[in-house]
Ligand binder design. Sequence first.
Ligand code: SF4
Length: 119
Amino acid sequence: MESIICIQCPVGCKISVDNIGKKLKITGNKCKRGEEYALKEIKNPVRILTTTVFVEEGIQKMLPVKSDKELPKNLIKECVKVLAKIKVKAPVKQGEIIYKNILDTGVNIVATRNMERKK
Ligand code: SF4
């Protein structure tokens, strides 16, 4: 049995997923969205990645970035390692792609703020 807290709305239902034979039994959800969320969490959990990367010649040393789509949860650590090794050069515009197609996932990493060049 697995327990999952549904994060699809503020109610935060505690959902249980039981393996009964070849079928999954889902209980504790107050609506269909919770069932869909629990199934996704069991079969293919995904997350938006948020982190920072180093900046050269910027007014700050770190630039906040995020993935433009959800990434498989099991690749998040590997993606963070990749991004920890890169440096971007200021100036950077919010929304600019910082890293394309990370780990061949089809997901891009984008800047979440502007970063001006140091004067
Ligand atoms: S199961 Fe439905 S009501 Fe419960 S937290 Fe998820 S979305 Fe909200």
